[in-house]
Design a protein around this ligand. Structure first.
Ligand code: SAM
Length: 349
């Protein structure tokens, strides 16, 4: 198979300094993200394995905690990963974790995890990627629900009267291991790049940068902000127009793709009666509930997975929704090639 990070064991890769099975474990991201993507990852992995030989490139253009990319690269289900996010803090985090790893580990270990420092990072507007990366990690691990922007306060409250203190989600040794695992993947040539940009431009960019890859050698995974709570959770959320734009982009996407959402009638409607350039769009409902945070009340619900993969293996983890899309497919047009050719901003250290 591909050049590995270390030796392959039954449960994943072994790399120097990183515990056996690290990449195959279900919770490996140094960042906390609402929703249990780690419950979804085995499903994504099974879909990829059933349909394509290890994709040369796995693109996660709304990467957030990048749970799927880390897992798929770590278990050799995908060769290289290409990460992007519109949030400059998130993009900077992944770029520095991958390519400037020891700086981030040292800075994180030296950083006092206090309410004063939380106030400092909340106000700070760093321009340098290193500082943006540290700000991202600090606020993600010390703020309620990992929220980077806006209204959320520090874990334990400003007065720290709660039994959960501000540093309760900041285990420095564990974070160092996780960040170093990202660096090890990058050193092994498994992180193609990390950029800050809009997902549509990132997909155009992937085509321009890897023109020789066949359409089915690239798999795109998109995990957009939730319909119901996305506005509270992310600096860059999706409104109705954004959900519609994404559906249009995917309709004309040549690559194989998978999309996960909170199960919502608005989204089902967007993708019903649909054919994508890469194949018919299938809708799957994951039986396992996720837990979405973002407010005082936690909610559970099913996850909707949409994909243009041709083969959907039978699984106890999901059921396929009968799609009338097989009967009514919209005409394809040259609009596919008119996706904006905007530049993708690189995050520079
Ligand atoms: C639901 S989170 C992704 C969670 C991730 N899959 C995980 O496992 O942790 C959605 C991400 O999309 C990013 N985002 C929002 N709008 C975007 C856009 N137009 N282009 C790229 N990224 C965007 C947000 O900043 C956020 O990090």
């Amino acid at each position: 198979m591909y050049g590995a990070v270390g030796t392959m064991s039954d449960d994943g890769f072994e790399i120097p300094g990183v515990p056996t099975g690290f990449f195959a474990s279900q919770y490996i991201s140094p960042l906390r993200y609402p929703g249990s993507k780690r419950l979804l990852v085995p499903i994504l992995e099974a879909l990829v394995r059933a349909n394509v030989p290890p994709p040369r490139l796995f693109v996660e253009p709304l990467c957030g905690g990048a749970t799927a990319s880390l897992r798929l690269a770590g278990t050799d289900t995908a060769h290289e990963i290409f990460l992007a996010d519109l949030d400059p803090l998130v993009a900077a985090f992944w770029r520095i974790a991958a390519f400037d790893t020891e700086w981030l580990v040292d800075a994180m270990q030296e950083e006092p995890v206090t309410v004063d420092r939380w106030g400092h990072w909340r106000k700070a507007e760093p321009a340098a990627a290193r500082d943006q990366a540290l700000k991202c990690l600090f606020l993600n691990r010390t703020t309620f629900s990992g929220i980077l922007h806006g209204w959320a306060g520090p874990i334990g409250g400003r007065k720290q009267k709660s039994p959960y203190k501000i540093d309760c989600r900041f285990p420095k040794a564990t974070l160092a291991t996780r960040i170093r695992a990202v660096g090890a993947l990058a050193s092994a040539g498994r992180v193609a790049d990390v950029v800050c940009g809009d997902y549509e431009a990132v997909l155009v960019d992937a085509r321009r940068r890897w023109p020789r890859l066949a359409d089915d050698e690239v798999v795109v995974y998109l995990d957009p902000p939730y319909v119901k709570k996305g506005r509270k959770l992310y600096g860059w959320a999706f409104d109705d127009e954004e959900h519609t734009r994404l559906a249009n982009v995917l309709r004309f996407c040549r690559y194989r793709w998978m999309l996960s959402y909170d199960d919502h009638s608005v989204i089902r409607a967007h993708y019903a009666h649909s054919k994508s350039r890469g194949g018919l769009i299938k809708q799957l409902i994951a039986e396992r509930p996720y837990t979405a945070a973002g407010g005082p009340k936690r909610e559970t619900g099913s996850e909707l997975i949409l994909t243009n993969f041709p083969k959907i293996p039978v699984s106890e983890l999901y059921r396929q929704v009968d799609s009338p899309g097989e009967r009514a497919a919209p005409a394809m047009s040259q609009a596919a090639d008119s996706l904006g050719d905007e530049c993708v901003r690189e995050v520079r250290a």
